[in-house]
Design a protein around this ligand. Structure first.
Ligand SMILES: [Zn+2]
Length: 123
């Protein structure tokens, strides 16, 4: 599944969507906060410009939002099934904490997915 040439490879390895060799971020680990969110302007290998137009990555917010909802709703459902006496505010706090902890991953993945929507792989 994570073989070079597949979208999943580029998305999860945080590689350039065109060549699958160059890194998108300076550090692919989203929990290294000293370099959090720092992206290369262009692919170091094939010179693809990542920020293709002003505000290009605003669209990644929608991807991030979708992923957060896709995590929050099943989490809330599972919490309500496991803990019968859980109050609504407690469930909301748990789900919010989960989203906050996962936010760096969602941020990186959403940008990687957003790039992969618009750029195809070329050998
Ligand atoms: Zn590249």
């Amino acid at each position: 599944m994570l073989t070079k040439g597949s979208k999943a490879y580029s998305i999860f390895k945080m590689k350039c969507p065109r060549c699958h060799d160059g890194d998108i971020f300076f550090n692919a680990n989203p929990y290294v906060f000293s370099k959090f969110g720092k992206m290369h302007d262009r692919c170091p290998v094939c010179d693809l410009k990542y920020d293709m137009e002003p505000g290009f990555f605003l669209g990644a917010m929608y991807v991030s939002y979708g992923m957060a909802v896709a995590i929050a709703l099943p989490s809330a459902l599972i919490l309500s099934i496991i803990f019968d006496d859980l109050k609504l505010y407690q469930a909301i706090m748990i789900v919010l904490a989960e989203i906050v902890v996962l936010m760096p991953i969602l941020y990186y993945l959403s940008r990687s997915i957003w790039l992969n929507i618009f750029v195809a792989y070329r050998k």
